[in-house]
Design a protein around this ligand. Structure first.
Ligand code: HEM
Length: 455
């Protein structure tokens, strides 16, 4: 592993810098405006005075932000008290009872065990060629010219969607497009986000313009996914993709296959889980590589001289993986992780009433000065000896609910970044960096570009 010069640069680029909006609480709706207009700003407020916990209210909803690693540890260690959000979770409107949104612990656990082989070493090995094909197609588009302007977030969204479409259905993003497009997924996530932040929402059955669009979009998606499941079951063809593995998964002691509805839930869950998160991580990592040409050079040397990227189990063992981890520390793709408390409980000396939402404030935890030396600096080498334990480094969560697709994501990101670094120099086009905006994922507030120059 090459040794990097110590960098003193403070890299906040708006994350956890001084918040801009004064906290304002309005009668009846509480902190709604604060949370809706700029969640990141609210997250920053929550963390800025150094307190472990901070409190928000949106109508009847009570939210507790957990800003420090010690308190995050408490939450992550008790999966029964701090469970997934309950059955009212608006994500269920899209993902049903897939792994992310399943509120029933025992059912979730049986499914999690059934799906584990999909993301095991042999499961992932089967995805490597599919990923390589998609990477080849995307980099070929940039190779035609000496210099390419990368529309970073848009291009990474398109890349991440192609990867998940190819790995799930052995089809390109284009074949499923028209239905499963970046636009559709963004619309659905925004629909869910609005409902998460509003104190009250109209039932989906009420034919407002937005609800009608939602219902039509979901019908299109359901038709597509059920058609693909039926075709696969009817022909019995195997494609070595995630859909094959889902159909082969067996649940519980009776080793029952998943029903069509359960397969549909997991297909949509995988699309939603794998798409914006990976695109967000890649977007910020490319940006950081452009900001730090010395790191870029060292990773390029490593990529050109070293073994192929790993599946992520050996985290911290390559400089490329260190860069990915440090990128996700500074710009966590999922800036908050939600839980809902099943009974009155204490975190430290603070009592949290049953039903409250507990949001792990990952953006703040990743810069907890009690854990991270020079928390605002970009120092990939801090991960050389691996990642710190539960509660401290949470890009993929931790504990029983930890991201099941972590190995998949690390493999995909390592392969794409290695390929880009081998062929191109990445540089900034503008001196001002992109400002982040927190939705369910951390996105750039506006589109920004980087230059890829062929080398
Ligand atoms: C950089 C990319 C990714 C990031 C940052 C990420 C992050 C996360 C986070 C923070 C969670 C929540 C953990 C919790 O609730 O404690 C999660 C859960 C999950 N992720 Fe990922 N994820 C990524 C990629 C993927 C991919 C590629 C897949 C699938 C191919 C995936 C599938 C899932 C699933 C199914 C869950 C629910 C796990 C459960 O509760 O059992 N994710 N992810």
């Amino acid at each position: 592993m090459s040794t990097l010069p110590v960098r003193q640069v403070r890299h906040d680029s708006g994350v956890l810098c001084a918040p801009t909006t004064p906290p304002r609480r309005l009668p009846g709706i509480g902190d709604l405006l604060k949370l809706r207009s700029n969640l990141l700003n609210a997250i920053q407020y929550a963390a800025q005075d150094g307190s472990e916990l901070s409190y928000f209210a949106v109508g009847p909803k009570r939210m507790v932000f957990v800003n420090r690693s010690t308190a995050a540890d408490v939450v992550l260690s008790d999966i029964h008290t701090f469970g997934k959000p309950n059955a009212e979770n608006p994500l269920r409107l899209v993902l049903g009872d897939g792994l992310i949104s399943n509120p029933y612990h025992d059912q979730w656990l049986r499914r999690r065990r059934a799906l584990q082989p999909m993301y095991s070493r042999p499961g992932l090995a089967g995805m490597r060629q599919k990923m390589a094909d998609v990477i080849g197609e995307h980099t070929a588009r940039w190779e035609g010219r000496d210099r390419t302007e990368l529309r970073v977030h848009e291009d990474m969204l398109s890349f991440a969607l192609d990867i998940v479409a190819r790995c799930m259905f052995s089809r390109s993003g284009d074949t499923v497009s028209g239905v499963l497009t970046p636009g559709t997924i963004s619309f659905l996530l925004e629909f869910v986000e609005r409902r998460l932040r509003m104190p009250l929402s109209l039932p989906v059955g009420v034919p407002s313009r937005r609800n009608r669009e939602f219902t039509a979009t979901m019908r299109g998606l359901d038709d597509l996914v059920h058609r693909l499941i039926r075709e696969r079951r009817r022909t019995g063809e195997r494609h070595g993709d995630l859909l094959d593995l889902l159909l082969e998964a067996r649940v519980g002691d009776a080793a029952e296959p998943l029903t069509d509805v359960e397969v549909r839930d997991e297909v949509l869950t995988t699309f939603v889980a794998a798409y914006e998160t990976t695109a967000s991580a890649l977007t910020w990592i490319l940006y950081l590589l452009a900001c730090y040409p010395d790191v870029q050079r060292s990773v390029r040397e490593e990529v050109r001289s070293a073994a192929p990227p790993t599946t992520g189990e050996r985290q911290g063992s390559t400089l490329l993986e260190c860069v990915i981890n440090e990128g996700m520390r500074l710009f966590p793709p999922s800036p908050t992780i939600p839980r809902q408390v099943g009974k009155d409980v204490f975190i430290g000396s603070s009592e949290i009433p049953k039903g409250s939402f507990v949001m792990l404030n990952v953006a703040a935890i990743h810069r907890d000065p009690a854990v991270w030396e020079r928390p605002d600096a970009f120092l990939p080498e801090r991960f050389m000896n691996g990642v710190p334990g539960k509660g401290r480094f949470l890009p993929f969560g931790a504990g029983a609910h930890m991201c099941i697709g972590k190995g998949f994501a690390m493999m995909e990101m390592s392969m794409l970044l290695a390929s880009i670094l081998d062929k191109f120099e990445i540089s900034q086009r503008d001196s001002t960096g992109p400002a982040p905006r927190a939705m369910l994922t951390l996105r750039p507030r506006e589109g920004f570009r980087l230059t890829l120059t062929r080398i």
